[in-house]
Design a protein around this ligand. Structure first.
Ligand code: FES
Ligand SMILES: [Fe+2]
Length: 340
C-alpha cells in the first residue's frame, strides 16, 4: 500500500500532545509526538539513532527530548545536542523531524518532502474554532485500510440499516443521491422532504413532527469528509425552525490495515448546553462503533478473498469517484518520484 504523502494529516488532537511523549504510527511510520515546556508541539522519528530504542520512552527537558535509554538529547529539529559522557557529537546523531503545525484544534503532520509542507494547504475547518458553533469530538481506531472508512462515510445509505438508534431512518437509503466531482472534491447530496427526523435529531433538535432533512457530503483527498447535515421543521406551528450540523471526519492511516478516525460533530444550536454535547458525543461513539464492527470484518473478508470484486450500485458512485481520485494522485506521486 502506498500512501499519499504530499498532504497534511492529523497526527492527533492538539490536546493529546503534552510533555509526556506519545508514540503514534502515521502512514506506517513510527512518530513520537510531544510538547516542549515552552509549548511547541513536535513530531520526530520515533527511533533513537544510537541503539534504535523508541524515543517515546524518553522525557521532555525544556525544549528538548532525552532518550530514555542512554540519555542522548535532541532538539525540536531532531539535532542531537548532548551525548552524556562525551564532548563531541557525531554528525549521524540526528533524527528526522516531521513538519508539524497546530490549527483548528488539530496537530497536522507532513510526512512527505518537508520543503513542500506549506501550512496554507491545511484544510479549512472553521467550525472547530468559531463562537457560532460548538463541537463534540473524539477518535475511533479501526482495523481496516482508510479507504474502507471513506467508503463508509461517502455512502450514507447504510445509516438506515446500521444506525437506527441514532442517525438512521428509512428515508436515507430510499432517497436517491446526486453525485458530482467538482475540481478536487466529490460531492454527494441527498434531500429528504417531509420525513421522520432521526432519533438523534428528535432529541437534539426537539422536533416533535416531520422535517425536511439534508446531507451534503464533501470528500477531499486524501482523507477528509465533511458532512453538512441538518433539518428544518415542516410543521407550520414551528415556523421553519432548523438545526445545522457539520460532521467533520479527518482520517489518518496508521498502517495499511489500521486507521485513526478523528471526528467532530459541530452544531449551531444549544451552544452552551454541555449535556447536549455529551449526548451527541455518546451517540456518535455508538454510531461509529456500529460501523467499526462491520468495516473491520469487511477488511478481513477482503484480505481472505483478494480475487473477488466488490459490486457497485448507484449509491456507490461517490465512492467510485473518490477511489479514482486517489488512484490518479498515487499515479502522479509515483511519476513525480520517478522523475526525481
Ligand atoms: S538508544 Fe537512545 S541514547 Fe542509546
Ligand atoms: Fe456509519
Amino acid at each position: 500500500m502506498n500512501f499519499l504523502t504530499g498532504f497534511w494529516y492529523a497526527a492527533g488532537w492538539s490536546s493529546e500532545i503534552t510533555t509526556r511523549p506519545l508514540a503514534r504510527r502515521i502512514l506506517d511510520q513510527p512518530v513520537v509526538l510531544y510538547r516542549t515546556e515552552g509549548g511547541q508541539a513536535v513530531a520526530l522519528d520515533d527511533c533513537c539513532p544510537h541503539r534504535m530504542v523508541p524515543l517515546s520512552y524518553g522525557t521532555v527537558e525544556g525544549e528538548s527530548l532525552r532518550c530514555g535509554y542512554h540519555g542522548l538529547r535532541f532538539d525540536c529539529a531532531g539535532r542531537c545536542v548532548e551525548v552524556p559522557g562525551q564532548t563531541s557529537i557525531p554528525p549521524r546523531a540526528r533524527v528526522r523531524a516531521w513538519p508539524l503545525v497546530e490549527r483548528w484544534q488539530f496537530a497536522w503532520v507532513w510526512m512527505g518532502n518537508p520543503e513542500a509542507a506549506d501550512p496554507a494547504l491545511i484544510p479549512d475547518l472553521p467550525w472547530l474554532d468559531s463562537p457560532q458553533w460548538t463541537c463534540a469530538t473524539g477518535c475511533v481506531t479501526y482495523a481496516c485500510n482508510y479507504v474502507l472508512l471513506l467508503d463508509n462515510l461517502i455512502d450514507l445509505s447504510h445509516t438506515s440499516f446500521v444506525h437506527r438508534s441514532t442517525i438512521g431512518t428509512d428515508a436515507v437509503a430510499r432517497t436517491p443521491v446526486k453525485t458530482a466531482a467538482e475540481g478536487d472534491c466529490v460531492r454527494v447530496e441527498r434531500e429528504m422532504h417531509d420525513t421522520e427526523p432521526s432519533r438523534l435529531y428528535q432529541k437534539a433538535g426537539d422536533f416533535k413532527g416531520r422535517v425536511d432533512r439534508w446531507q451534503r457530503i464533501d470528500y477531499w483527498p486524501p482523507s477528509r469528509v465533511v458532512i453538512d447535515a441538518g433539518a428544518v421543521s415542516v410543521d407550520p406551528a414551528e415556523d421553519g425552525r432548523r438545526i445545522n450540523t457539520r460532521v467533520i471526519n479527518i482520517i489518518t492511516p496508521e498502517t495499511s490495515r489500521s486507521t485513526f478516525h478523528f471526528w467532530a460533530f459541530a452544531r449551531d444550536f444549544k451552544l452552551d448546553d454541555r449535556s447536549m454535547t455529551d449526548f451527541i458525543g455518546d451517540s456518535l461513539l455508538v454510531t461509529f462503533n456500529e460501523d467499526r464492527v462491520l468495516i473491520d470484518h469487511q477488511q478481513r473478508m477482503l484480505d481472505e478473498r483478494p480475487q473477488q470484486r466488490m459490486l457497485d450500485n448507484s449509491a456507490d458512485l461517490g465512492v467510485v469517484l473518490a477511489r479514482r481520485m486517489i488512484d490518479r494522485l498515487l499515479r502522479d506521486q509515483a511519476a513525480a518520484s520517478g522523475a526525481d
